[in-house]
Design a protein around this ligand. Structure first.
Ligand code: SF4
Length: 53
């Protein structure tokens, strides 16, 4: 089990604010990849809970 804290409760992999995915991919969200804040990143492993049910 991973120890990744995540507050995206809408994600299929989220359980009690912990990510249950075995691996995750996080990408830069800005075009020139000049990432400077958390808002410039995004979890690509996110899957909406409604899609998996
Ligand atoms: S896959 Fe990404 S968005 Fe989903 S719980 Fe894990 S870290 Fe959060």
């Amino acid at each position: 089990m991973s120890n990744i804290q995540c507050r995206v409760e809408e994600c299929h992999y989220n359980q009690n604010e912990l990510c249950q995915a075995s691996t995750i991919e996080v990408n830069a969200m800005v075009k020139d990849h000049m990432v400077s804040t958390t808002r410039d990143t995004s979890c690509e492993t996110f899957v909406p809970k409604v899609k998996m049910q």
